[in-house]
Design a protein around this ligand. Structure first.
Ligand SMILES: C[S@@+](CC[C@H](N)C(=O)[O-])C[C@H]1O[C@@H](n2cnc3c(N)ncnc32)[C@H](O)[C@@H]1O
Length: 332
């Protein structure tokens, strides 16, 4: 079989570890303490996330799958006759992206697949599966943080048209100001008329949200605590996982599901790579994740404020989730 894939590892392992150490140092010295959710996704974190997606209560994956099943051809059909990159930002296991790739194949489109993910193991597994499913598909995988991956796009010559898929409501991991900053950067890296297919989890009954993020099998709890396991393994941390509890809550004012690790007692935790210890007071929170929820009007406003035109919006039957197709508007 002809080899049609390539993986760019944007960081050497050493520099990725330094970045992790710096983020942990900065985050644990802030008040309140916080660590970015991007660090959830080591090999085990990516596996746990895939299991979370299979849970009945975690409706996000199921309903977005429903939308893409019905609309995939519409989302890719603008690229008839134009070679294009299907960029999968935070690709994960790509279980919904296959709907877009299948549609591109059915329509005979000239599509190169560009998954970008900070999780090296998830990306390697994904590429292996995609290569087996689509032997002739050209794949350029990028192991990196979103924006570094996007820089890779900018450096390509000649530039190709792109459809960027930002699925799974990943945008909700940014707070409102951070999402706008991120979308403007993305706009800046894209060409006029490029597409952004972006998933938004919508505001809904908080009980439905709380059930989705506090599953009965405790997968979300393990996913959250895995961050401490990762610090222990990669940075020589001395976290005792028995002394922390997972806490997921919905903030009705900001409209975000928020995940925390709560210290169950007074404790000092040393992290060898940082050559220092951190004090946790009883029930002190460590913030680990935002999952912002949106109204339909937010989807329109965010596009307008960040340089995109809304081309299409589609919802699942119960109006839980919206996938919007935005187009980059640039003065020629
Ligand atoms: C919530 S999962 C969504 C996966 C997939 N897009 C879906 O809809 O099922 C987030 C994925 O984005 C990746 N990720 C998280 N933060 C990232 C970042 N800052 N840069 C690149 N990838 C990131 C994770 O490794 C994970 O695979």
């Amino acid at each position: 079989m002809k080899r049609r894939y390539h993986v760019l590892r944007a960081h050497s392992l050493g520099s990725a570890e330094r970045e992790f150490a710096t983020d942990v140092l900065v985050g644990l010295t802030e008040r309140p303490k916080r660590i970015s959710s991007r660090w959830f996704y080591d090999a085990h974190g990516s596996e746990l996330f895939a299991e979370i997606c299979d849970q009945e209560a975690y409706y996000l994956t199921r309903v977005e799958h429903e939308i893409l099943s019905a609309q995939a051809e519409d989302f890719v059909s603008a690229f008839r006759g134009t070679p294009f990159n299907l960029v999968d930002l935070g690709a994960g296991d790509g279980r919904k992206t296959v709907l877009l790739l299948d549609a591109a194949q059915r329509l005979g489109l000239d599509c190169r697949y560009v998954p970008i993910d900070v999780s090296e193991s998830a990306l390697d597994d994904l590429i292996e599966r995609m290569q087996a499913r689509y032997p002739d598909l050209e794949i350029e995988g990028v192991v990196s943080e979103y924006l570094h991956g996007i820089e890779w796009l900018v450096e390509q010559a000649p530039r190709r048209a792109s459809l960027v898929a930002f699925l799974g409501s990943n945008v909700g991991n940014f707070d409102r100001a951070g999402a706008a900053r991120f979308l403007r950067r993305l706009w800046n890296a894209l060409l006029a008329d490029d597409g952004l297919l972006i998933g938004f989890d919508l505001k809904k009954d908080p009980d439905v949200l709380l059930a989705a993020y506090n599953d009965p099998r405790g997968l979300t709890r393990r996913f959250n605590l895995n961050l401490l396991t990762r610090i222990n393994r990669e940075l020589g941390g001395h976290f005792d996982l028995q002394r922390f509890a997972h806490f997921g809550t919905y903030n009705v004012f900001s409209g975000a599901m928020e995940s925390y690790l709560l210290s169950l007692c007074y404790q000092e935790v040393r992290i060898d790579a940082l050559e220092r210890s951190f004090t946790f007071k009883p029930f002190e929170p460590l913030h680990t994740e935002y999952s912002f929820k949106y109204l339909d009007e937010d989807v329109l406003r965010m596009a307008q404020e960040t340089g995109f035109a809304v081309q299409a919006r589609h919802w699942d039957d119960e109006h839980r989730f919206c996938d919007a197709l935005w187009r980059v508007v640039k003065a020629s």
